[in-house]
Design a protein around this ligand. Sequence first.
Ligand code: HEM
Length: 465
Amino acid sequence: MGVNDHARDADGLLSIETFRALPAFARDPVNALADFATRADGRLVRLHLGPFRPYLVAHPDHVAQVLHTDWEAYQREGMFWRPLRRLLGASILGEGEPWRSSRDVLQPLFTSRYVRGLTEQMAVTIGERMDELQGYADRGEQVDAARQMAGIINQAVIRALFGGRISRADGERLAPAYDAAATSIGFRLLMPFLPYSLRVPGDRRFRKAVATIDALVMPVIAAAREETRSGRAGGGDVITALCEARAGEGPGADRQIRDDLVSVYGAASESTAMTLTWLWPLLDAHPQVAAELYAEIDRVVGGGPVTPDHVPRLVYTRMVLQELLRLYPAGWIFPRMTVREVTLGGVPVKAGSQVLISPYATHRLPALWPDPDRFDPRRFAEEGGHRATRRAKYAYFPFGGGPHQCLGQHLFFVEAPLLVAAILSRFRFVIRSPGPFTASPAASLRPKQTIMLELRSHRPSAVAA
Ligand code: HEM
């Protein structure tokens, strides 16, 4: 381990740090990335992972270059994306013309104005699920935080995407199938150079999961396209908008619609559910933050039900979520591959090199974030819930940036406060699993351990906004 590359800047300082990284990376890739980035202190990092030698980009200026200024030189290929393409197809999560055409169709559907229509329905779905949680609380039965978050978010997202076309029972088959695909792929995500002729752990489970997803989604698309053709489509959901946008296209469009729906479903549900799963151990470990959060929700929402109208007044809740996304950005790593030779952070990088972007690593750089491991929502206080002007733009980028920036930010910042406020206006919780809870390197950052919660009914004493 140590410095042995020789790119120097004008002051003669080494501008790249090289780590023989395999043991640390194999043990805990998530924290290994954060550790390498911190030790490199703003310089580009080269990781030696056996035959695989990606660059790690953590400094905000370098992140800006990759995601924004020179984005066309850094494409979603190779590590992570190549295995994922077998699940997602050529879609909004791809590159080139299929990505552009999907982005043009999908972007208008997730603006803050359009999202408002989707979140009315989400609030109803979330409200219904609170009655189920009440049952667990009344019976004194513990609930698995990740499963509950995924179950609720999944139902809300499926409703926004498919309207009423997928039953709750089928929705509950889609979620574990997607989950199986996302987790069984772990080996290949990090080792993209392995040929597919070589069977690796998870391959068979992955193929089965993709087949289940297609069996659920393809007939729904065929029916929705038929409704659009015959003018019977109801509208208001994403599948209808996709079918309308692609009405003039041939049968191949079914596949494109499938790829976009599965991609948005994956991007929207896994990321949100896993983010919210981390909330419970953090609140448990920080009772003062929890108390401030509870007080705001009691004041704004009272005894509920929570509606999208409450969300703008849930200012501290938003700060908690921003800080949660700093420490546990669901998209903890999103790699790129250079398609031409570039200079990055003063270092010449050849075409075909793998570049790793990790918000998890950047968000924990002590030079940008004093006491980086401390959970402190007040870091976002001066921003009134918006990005700080004094911080470099790419010091905080849980939703990526540039032309591929996440389409779901508006949705997240309505949906997540709705769910958190719905739960905490009705319940208090105790964690019944021992912890500590550590990060597992799946497609979305998730806790390795199960987090069991005991819910207790809560009646707010002060009901005033
Ligand atoms: C906690 C929640 C979420 C996080 C942390 C998150 C994070 C991200 C990140 C980091 C990217 C950039 C990927 C890249 O540059 O390669 C991205 C892209 C994307 N996200 Fe999200 N996301 C979240 C929620 C959502 C939701 C709710 C939706 C629903 C619409 C969504 C839809 C998308 C789409 C479609 C893209 C691809 C955009 C493109 O390449 O043009 N995300 N997300």
